[in-house]
Design a protein around this ligand. Structure first.
Ligand SMILES: Nc1nc2c(c(=O)[nH]1)N[C@H]1C(S)=C(S)[C@@H](COP(=O)(O)OP(=O)(O)OC[C@H]3O[C@@H](n4cnc5c(=O)[nH]c(N)nc54)[C@H](O)[C@@H]3O)O[C@H]1N2
Ligand SMILES: Nc1nc2c(c(=O)[nH]1)N[C@H]1C(S)=C(S)[C@@H](COP(=O)(O)OP(=O)(O)OC[C@H]3O[C@@H](n4cnc5c(=O)[nH]c(N)nc54)[C@H](O)[C@@H]3O)O[C@H]1N2
Ligand SMILES: [Mo]
Length: 767
């Protein structure tokens, strides 16, 4: 193909604007949810969707005949609350999608791409729903309307002009339904590549890698019902009060039945401290009774988790060796596991002092935790990004598995692994084959059912995809949802990578920065959201999704679409396939005309989906098989593994920075400027810092500082952040994602999973 370089680069800003918006700081909240959450939810829904309409929409959220909340992947209980089976942040996600504001061709005529790139992410997102397909021509400053047919013809042509299918990249964000995802990967593989990076590469990839190596399945092993039987629930590296608020209800219920909760986090996250259930009447009206959820809080240093786990295991091994009480489950270990001796030998060598130093947790607290775990046998460990986005993430998660294995806490009621997923269908997308490293069995099944030869070599993951575009090895970038530019690491590097492309295409519901930092030419293809009615040739359709615990269920939108010009994601894939593939044996029109047909193909291709169309129509959906839950490990065995303590050495002026979510955002979508639980209002360009560190470095509260990261000789700067004194371990700081992504080096990734180390960026602070 003619690989013209981007000759007229527009002066676009890949970063959100640095204007300050008026920081206010109060003390962090001690109670999560309750009346404040209700007020906040209603405020967002009324402002975006209208009060009456908005409330009608909310009543359908997560109901058996309603739509799956586009917020998180936390599962729905068997018995749903009639008033509110959603949470404050789910309501905000729904408000974002059901907003009455519109981004139409007139909007694009008015605002150039250069101008829009000067807006903040917050302002971009608040502009409204995208209504028409639009094209940004190579020499143009503004997007303009294009017909769907012309848009597909253009993409088809660009794809077919490539020298190899591997010069195209097909990204997926985790909201895409099973049906759309299955069709999408089928199209991409018929086109001839496995270049299917997804948001999972930046999210729970480390969990998937760690768990498949040890337990034979990359998914968690517990169900929601297990929470009610658990004796101890450990929550590590996760902020459920903000990111999975409905998990607090499960924790509260577990606690009522006697479970103890251990919280391991550098921050005392609100919600685990105390929680008022807004789904109960006393929560809605703000009764004074609130429950302290966590029994033990280990305020670990960033990436001190390996030290904590090793110390606890060492103390447990000592108790076990003393006899008296049964600490380790030797029957389970003998029958189901391999590698226990090597594991125990490593644990016996652990230097407790070193672990105390590295984790920042004192001996007494480590002993209390070890004692609690020694005395109980039904243990669930939950975790999220605080564990997965580190260089040694896979090792830390495998150490969690070791802990569960010694207790026999896998595959029995009330016990197991619980990686808490992010996007509402990120787990389902992977099940559907959105993966750059598909298994041979999956490819063979595709070949058999669709009469073609799928590409056999692996494709690019997210980090590899960015590098390929940067190095000029890939020329077309297509995104099924998401905000690739702002979600990925090293924003300026990624911007150059995208700008190197011939064509960038975004299938989206809302405007974001990835629409502004584009290839030579760019398209935005607007699609239906979860809440909207999806009509196809055979009538009203529903889609299906898989939650964090492997339950597949339906999601049915009811609202009139935001614009008459929107297509569903499955329809976009079908039209893309028709415009691109010359010899496809698949009848894409028939397929998309009735999603039951897509589900029949899924059933024929992917194990666990027997009688898919029938079972997905059951009110609670169905559980996919899970070898860890059923103790049917690969070759009958689960594996203990051995992992070293990380080095984590800092030079005299260095800090470890974690990039986290505020209470008012959904990844790169900024709902508002408040982080209510942390007491930070009206500003996102903040860095949370320990008070003693501030004193030592002569930094004042709300002082403006620049953050610098230096990695393998490359300097990166994020200017102008305001310092907020916070209860965070010394030499640890926190900033919000995506403002600080510019500091995350593209080469700093987790071993094996290749996940960017978004929770471990070494920085210096320039006052
Ligand atoms: N409202 C809302 N809901 C969401 C999202 C959202 O943005 N907004 N995002 C969705 C997505 S895609 C995901 S993946 C999930 C993310 O859910 P979380 O993983 O809860 O999100 P983060 O804000 O990244 O929080 C990570 C937590 O880990 C802690 N942490 C950081 N480093 C370490 C460490 O080294 N050790 C330990 N023990 N803890 C550490 C941080 O203090 C923080 O509490 O939420 C999903 N749900
Ligand atoms: N520094 C740092 N970086 C991170 C993280 C971190 O903790 N720190 N977290 C990482 C994680 S866990 C994740 S999952 C990724 C998230 O990465 P992405 O999934 O790529 O990003 P999102 O912000 O969730 O995508 C938001 C966009 O999706 C589009 N959208 C919303 N709903 C729909 C829909 O129904 N269909 C379609 N087609 N589009 C829709 C909207 O246009 C919206 O602007 O970010 C990662 N990046
Ligand atoms: Mo995520």
């Amino acid at each position: 193909m003619n690989k013209t370089k981007n000759t007229t680069p527009r002066k676009v800003n890949p970063l959100t604007s640095e204007k300050f918006t008026g920081l206010e700081v109060t003390s962090p909240k001690t109670v999560a949810a309750g009346i404040e959450a209700v007020k906040s939810a209603l405020h967002h829904i009324a402002k975006e969707a209208g009060m009456v309409r908005g409330n009608r929409i909310l009543l359908k959220a997560n109901q058996k005949k309603g739509f799956d909340c586009p917020g998180c992947a936390w599962p729905d209980p068997q018995t749903r609350s009639k008033i509110a089976e959603y949470c404050e942040n789910g309501a905000k996600a729904i408000a974002e999608e059901t907003t009455l504001k519109r981004v139409d061709p007139a909007f694009f005529k008015k605002h150039s791409v250069e101008e829009l790139s000067q807006w903040s992410d917050y302002e971009l997102g608040k502009s409204g729903r995208l209504t028409h397909p639009v094209l940004l021509k190579a020499d143009s400053s503004h997007y303009e309307a294009i017909s769907w047919d012309d848009a597909f013809a253009m993409i088809g042509q660009k794809l077919n002009d490539l020298d190899s299918p591997d010069e195209a990249i097909f990204y997926t964000s985790g909201r895409t339904s099973n049906e759309a995802a299955f069709m999408y990967q089928l199209f991409v593989r018929q086109f001839g590549t496995n270049n299917l990076p997804d948001c999972s590469n930046m999210c729970h990839e480390s969990s998937g890698t760690a768990l498949s190596e040890t337990l034979g399945i990359g998914k968690g092993s517990v169900t929601l019902e297990d929470f009610d039987e658990a004796e101890v629930i450990v929550v590590m590296g996760q902020n459920p009060g903000t990111n999975h608020p409905r998990m607090l209800t499960a924790l509260q219920s577990a606690k009522k039945q006697g479970a103890k909760i251990v919280h391991i986090n550098p921050l005392p996250e609100t919600g685990l401290v105390a929680f008022k259930n807004p789904q109960k009447l006393n929560g809605w009206v703000g009764s004074t009774s609130s429950s302290a959820l966590s029994d033990l809080f280990l305020q670990v240093r960033i990436n001190g988790d390996m030290a904590v786990l090793k110390a606890i295991l060492k103390l447990m091994a000592e108790q076990d060796a003393q006899g008296g009480q049964k600490v380790f489950d030797y029957e389970f270990i003998k029958q189901y596991t391999t590698g226990f001796e090597a594991f125990l030998e490593d644990i016996e060598k652990v230097n407790l002092e070193e672990c105390i130093q590295q984790s920042g947790i004192d001996k007494a607290l480590l002993e209390q935790t070890a004692d609690l775990l020694s005395r109980h046998n039904k243990i669930i460990v939950c975790w999220a990004m605080g564990l997965t986005q580190h260089e040694n993430a896979v090792g830390v998660i495998q150490q969690v598995v070791n802990l569960l294995l010694v207790k026999g806490s896998i595959g029995k009621p009330g016990a197991g692994t619980c990686p808490v997923r992010g996007h509402s269908n990120v787990q389902g997308d992977r099940t559907m084959g959105i993966w750059e490293k598909p298994s041979q069995m999956f490819l063979d099944n595709l070949a058999k059912n669709f009469s073609f030869t799928p590409p056999q070599h692996h494709g690019y993951d997210t980090v590899e995809a960015i590098k390929a575009m940067y190095e000029g090895k890939a020329h077309v970038f297509f995104a099924m949802g998401g905000n690739f530019l702002s979600a990925t690491p090293d924003t300026e590097y990624t911007a150059k990578a995208l700008q190197n492309c011939q064509l960038t295409v975004q299938v989206s519901t809302k405007l974001n920065r990835s629409h502004l930092i584009t290839g030579h030419e760019a398209l935005i293809l607007p699609c239906l959201g979860r809440t909207e009615l999806d009509m196809q040739a055979s009538g009203k359709q529903f889609v299906s999704v898989e939650n964090s615990m492997g339950v597949v269920h339906q999601s049915r939108g009811h609202l009139k679409p935001a614009s008459a010009h929107l297509l569903s994601e499955p329809m976009i894939v079908a039209k893309l396939a028709q415009a691109t593939l010359q010899n496809s044996a698949t009848d894409w029109s028939t397929l998309v005309g009735n999603y039951d047909q897509v589900r029949e193909h899924i059933e024929a291709t992917i194990p666990g989906f027997e009688q898919y169309n029938q079972r997905v129509r059951q009110p609670n959906g169905f559980h996919l098989p899970n070898v860890a839950r059923e103790r049917k490990f690969k070759n009958g065995q689960a594996f203990f593994t051995v992992h070293p303590l990380p080095q984590n050495k800092l030079a005299s002026k260095e800090f470890i920075m974690m990039t986290i979510r505020s209470h008012d955002q959904y990844n790169t979508t900024i709902y508002g400027l408040d982080d209510r639980y942390r007491g930070i209002y009206n500003e996102r360009r903040v860095v949370l810092m320990n008070r003693e560190d501030m004193q030592e470095f002569g930094i004042q509260s709300q002082q403006k500082v620049d953050l610098m990261s230096s990695y393998e000789g490359v300097e990166r700067t994020a200017p102008a952040f305001l310092v907020v004194p916070y209860d965070i371990p010394k030499r640890c700081v926190a900033t919000y994602f995506p403002e600080a992504n510019v500091l995350v080096p593209i080469d700093s990734v987790a071993f094996k999973s290749n996940t960017p180390t978004s929770k471990y960026v070494v920085v210096t602070i320039n006052a």
